[in-house]
Design a protein around this ligand. Structure first.
Ligand code: AMP
Ligand code: GLY
Length: 421
C-alpha cells in the first residue's frame, strides 16, 4: 500500500522508519519531512494545515492511507478533508481532536465519562482566576485552554507568576496540583475498539534532575519497570475506553491515537492531559518495541476494523531515546549549524541505535545536514534492559557533534538503576 505521512519531526521519522520496514508498504511519502525522513520516504511540500491541499496530494500520490502526525493539522480538520476525498486517514476529526485542542472540552468529556482527573475551574475573568488560585493554593497549575505547543502550562509556587500567566491566556483552566510520577500511555482506536500500546515515560524539563523550563520533551524510555503491571488494564478500563465511548455517544467518534498523559498519585491514576496524536519523544521508544508491522494496524484503525486485528506483538527489548536540542532551546533556539557524526552512529551502533531527525534540513550542497529547529534529533537505542539501551543511546549521542547542542544525561537513569523505585 502507498502511505503518506504528514509532519516533519522525530515522531514522524519514527513512524516513517516503522512504515518503511513494513513489507506491505510499497511506497512511502512524507510532507514536509526533514533530512532524515528523506532517507526512507519521498518528501513533498505542502501546507500541512491546509486540508484541501493535503487531500489533493494524497489523491495525486494514490495513497491508500494518510497518517497525520502533529496536532495542529488535526485540530484544523485535515483528517476530515482527507476522509472526504475518500482516502483512509489515521487521525481524529477536528471535532474529536478538541480533546487536545481545548483543555476545557477535555475536562467536560472526562466529567461526563467519570474519568479520574484533577479538579479544575475554567476561568475567563480576573475574579474567577483569583478565586480558583485561592481555592487550590500552591503549587499552582495554570493551563491555557487552547493549543500552545507545550508552552501553555505553568506550574509554579509563585502566585504572581501564576496570576500573570492566567491573565495572559484569556480562557484558562486552573487545576489542582497532581503529585506523582508521570506516564504516557498511547492507544490506537477506531472509535470503538481501543488497543493500548506499551507505557512510556517522558522527561519534560530541559535540564538534568527535572530542572529548568518545560520543553516538548527531552527523552523517553519504555518499559517502566517500576509501574504496576496492571496499570495498562486499569487505564484502559477507567480512562481510555470510557473516553472513546463518550465521544462516540456525542456523535463525534475519536479514531486515531489517543494519548493519555497520567499522574500516578497517592490516590490513584489521574489524567493530566489528553493528546490526539502520537507523543514526541515517547513514540520513538514505543515503536522501537513494536514487532507487528505498523501500516496494517493504522489502516485497520482508519477503516474501523480494529476488532478483527490479531493482538499486537512486542519485543522483550527495552528502548531509550535521548533528544539533542540546539543551543538556547527552548527559548530562542539557534539554527543553521552543521551536524557531524551521523554516519558514525549508523556505522558503529546499527542496528541497536539510530538517529531520528526532528529539526534538520539538507544544506544547499546536498550533503551537509543542518540544524533547523529547537529539538534537532532524537537518538534511539534498544537493549536487553534499560541499562543497556541507555548505554547504547548515550554512546551514540557522544558521536554526534553539533555546536552548542544540549541534551539531558539522566534519561531513564533512575529506572535503569533502581527498577523498583
Ligand atoms: P501538559 O501540557 O498538560 O502536558 O502539561 C505539561 C506538564 O505540566 C505535564 O507534563 C506536567 O509535568 C505538568 N502538569 C500539568 N498539569 C499538572 C497538574 N495538575 N499537576 C502537576 N503537574 C502538572
Ligand atoms: N511528549 C509530550 C507530547 O508529545 O506532548
Amino acid at each position: 500500500m502507498k502511505v503518506l505521512v504528514i509532519g516533519g519531526g522525530a515522531r514522524e521519522h519514527a513512524l516513517c522508519r516503522s512504515l518503511s520496514l513494513d513489507p506491505d508498504v510499497t511506497a512511502l511519502h512524507c510532507a514536509p519531512g526533514n533530512a532524515g525522513i528523506a532517507e526512507v520516504a519521498q518528501l513533498h511540500r505542502v501546507d500541512a494545515l491546509d486540508g484541501a491541499a493535503v487531500a489533493r496530494l494524497a489523491t495525486e500520490l494514490e495513497a491508500r492511507l494518510v497518517v497525520v502526525g502533529p496536532e495542529a493539522p488535526l485540530v484544523a480538520g485535515v483528517a476530515d478533508a482527507v476522509r472526504d476525498a475518500g482516502i483512509a486517514c489515521f487521525g481524529p476529526s477536528a471535532e474529536a481532536a478538541r480533546l487536545e485542542g481545548s483543555k476545557a472540552f477535555a475536562k467536560d468529556v472526562m466529567a461526563a465519562a467519570s474519568v479520574p482527573t484533577g479538579r479544575s475551574y475554567v476561568c475567563t475573568t480576573p475574579e474567577e482566576i483569583d478565586k480558583a488560585l485561592d481555592a487550590f493554593g500552591a503549587p499552582f497549575v495554570v493551563k491555557d485552554d487552547g493549543l500552545a505547543a507545550g508552552k501553555g502550562v505553568v506550574v509554579t509556587d509563585d502566585l504572581a507568576a501564576a496570576r500573570a500567566h492566567a491573565l495572559a491566556c484569556g480562557r484558562v483552566v486552573i487545576e489542582e496540583f497532581l503529585d506523582g510520577p508521570e506516564v504516557s500511555l498511547f492507544a490506537i482506536t477506531d472509535g470503538r475498539t481501543v488497543l493500548p500500546l506499551r507505557p512510556a515515560q517522558d522527561f519534560k524539563r530541559a535540564l538534568d534532575g527535572d530542572e529548568g523550563p518545560n520543553t516538548g520533551g527531552m527523552g523517553a524510555y519504555s518499559p517502566l519497570p517500576w509501574a504496576d503491571p496492571k496499570l495498562v488494564d486499569e487505564v484502559l478500563d477507567t480512562v481510555l475506553q470510557p473516553t472513546v465511548d463518550e465521544l462516540r455517544r456525542r456523535g463525534t467518534p475519536f479514531s486515531g491515537l489517543l494519548y493519555a498523559g497520567l499522574a500516578i498519585t497517592g490516590r490513584g491514576v489521574r489524567v493530566i492531559e489528553f493528546n490526539a496524536r502520537f507523543g514526541d519523544p515517547e513514540t520513538q521508544v514505543v515503536l522501537a518495541r513494536l514487532r507487528t508491522p505498523l501500516a496494517g494496524v493504522l489502516l485497520a484503525a482508519a477503516e474501523g476494523r480494529l476488532a478483527d486485528l490479531p493482538e499486537l506483538v512486542w519485543r522483550d527489548d527495552a528502548a531509550v531515546t535521548v533528544v539533542v536540542a540546539s543551543h538556547n532551546y527552548p527559548d530562542t533556539p539557534r539554527t543553521g549549524d552543521p551536524i557531524e557524526g551521523l554516519a558514525d552512529v549508523v556505522a558503529q551502533d546499527a542496528p541497536d541505535a539510530y538517529v531520528l531527525h526532528a529539526g534538520t534540513r539538507l544544506a544547499d550542497d546536498g550533503g551537509t545536514v543542518l540544524s533547523a529547529g529547537g529539538r534537532v534529533l532524537s537518538v534511539t537505542a534498544t537493549g536487553k534492559d534499560l541499562a543497556q539501551a541507555r548505554e547504547r543511546a548515550y554512546a551514540a549521542v557522544g558521536r554526534i557533534r553539533l555546536d552548542g547542542s544540549q541534551h539531558r544525561t539522566d534519561i531513564a537513569r533512575r529506572a535503569a538503576e533502581a527498577p523498583e523505585a
